[in-house]
Design a protein around this ligand. Structure first.
Ligand code: NAD
Ligand code: UD1
Length: 340
């Protein structure tokens, strides 16, 4: 049995589908602060099995302890997705981010220790690299000071896991996600940004759908080929599969304790203009855009060296930028048609 925290969220729901389709029994813990219970219906539809669900605030140690009393002894592994993730909001409400993201992880580790659950996969982020001196980044590339309280929670959580693996029986993997985009091929699950999207791809799809008037490209004089920022956009289904591989590696481990880190990206950097062009090619829909000023806190370029995940997790991204963007568009259209 695998406990999936944040399993009704964007990446969690795609991972639950992959897990169930590969024979894992899944129990989801989520407080639905950024997701909907209806996601359980979609996961059931796509996998043929409804995961057990507990609505619980993971940052509340008493609530979490009560849930682990019921299920803890049956679980072998935890995948910990649950976190607050809005970068701008974290600057406005740092304490809320530190409290939610750090307390949740600490509570999970305490319960894992209590119930002798040894395997943990943690959602980290390429944000820990800041603006790297050299691209692509490997797992050995030094972390830089975080640009935001959100980013800092990821660095601190990585350190908490590393230190805990030295003190209790714990085999853990942090996956450093690059920029997750896209949706399941069924278009039944996908990303649901609340309000005006901050991230590029939801803004692109909402512009294409006519919900936003135009996309503003933040900065065109970066030191890159076309002047716009470069990122590594990874399809969420590829990302979900990386969790399966991480889990398999942990479940096969013979050591008492271990800690490892993997970059999960495609290895390919794409500029903002590349994304706009790839979207137009993949969908045939043109994007109304203008060039605007830089966004504070943005870095010029980051993309992954994925050699370690390729060789040690036996995992490689399969889906390219156009396929990812097409799936985002299909999801946007399907979601709008059901909700308008
Ligand atoms: P999401 O918001 O869609 O999913 C997170 C889920 O966690 C939500 O369902 C939310 O309700 C739940 N949650 C939050 N706090 C909780 C708490 N205290 N108790 C119980 N449930 C709680 O986000 P996502 O995009 O699926 O991200 C999943 C993880 O991956 C997060 O840790 C995020 O920081 C990390 N990550 C995401 C990205 C990205 O671009 N989406 C990139 C790098 C890392
Ligand atoms: C953001 C977060 C990062 C997090 C990541 C994945 C910030 C500063 N960083 O990364 O911590 O790990 O999401 O969730 O928010 N862009 C536009 N116009 C838009 C939106 C974005 O030009 O309307 C550009 C940005 O300048 C950037 C690129 O598109 O160059 C990607 O932006 P975004 O999707 O927000 O992701 P990141 O900033 O890379």
């Amino acid at each position: 049995m695998v406990i999936v925290t944040g399993g009704t969220g964007y990446i969690g729901s795609h991972t639950c589908v992959e897990l169930i389709n590969n024979g894992f029994e899944v129990v989801i813990l989520d407080n639905l602060s950024n997701s909907h219970e209806s996601m359980l219906d979609a996961i059931e539809e796509l996998s043929g099995k409804r995961p057990t669900f507990y609505k619980v605030d993971i940052d509340d140690s008493d609530q979490l302890a009560a849930v682990f009393e019921k299920i803890g002894s049956k679980a072998e592994s935890v995948i910990h997705f649950a976190a607050k993730k809005a970068v701008g909001e974290s600057v406005q409400e740092p304490l809320e981010y530190y409290r939610n993201n750090l307390d949740s992880l600490i509570n999970i580790l305490v319960e894992m220790g209590r119930h002798q659950i040894q395997n943990l996969v943690f959602s980290s982020s390429c944000t820990v690299y800041g603006q790297p001196d050299v691209c692509p980044v490997t797992e050995e590339t030094p972390r830089k000071e975080a640009e935001s309280p959100y980013g800092n929670t990821k660095s601190i959580c990585e350190d908490i896991i590393r230190d805990t693996s030295k003190a209790q029986s714990l085999n853990a993997i942090s996956l450093r996600y690059f920029n997750p985009i896209g949706a399941h091929e069924s278009a039944k699950i996908g990303e649901l940004p609340i309000g005006v999207p901050n991230n590029l791809v939801p803004y692109v799809t909402q512009t294409a759908a006519g919900i936003r008037k135009e996309l503003t490209i933040f900065g065109d004089d970066y030191v890159t080929d076309d002047g716009t920022c470069i990122r590594d956009y990874i399809h969420v289904v590829d990302l979900a599969k990386a969790h399966l591989q991480a889990l398999r590696k942990l479940e096969a481990a013979t050591s008492e304790s271990s800690y490892d880190i993997f970059n999960i990206g495609t290895g390919k950097g794409s500029s903002v203009l590349d994304v706009v062009k790839a979207f137009e090619t993949a969908t045939g829909v043109s994007i109304n855009y203008k060039l605007g000023p830089k966004r504070e806190g943005d870095i010029t370029a980051v993309y992954a060296d994925t050699t370690k995940a390729n060789t040690q997790l036996n995992w490689k991204a399969q889906l390219g930028l156009e396929e990812s963007l097409k799936s985002s568009w299909n999801w946007e259209q399907n979601y709008r048609s059901r909700n308008t």
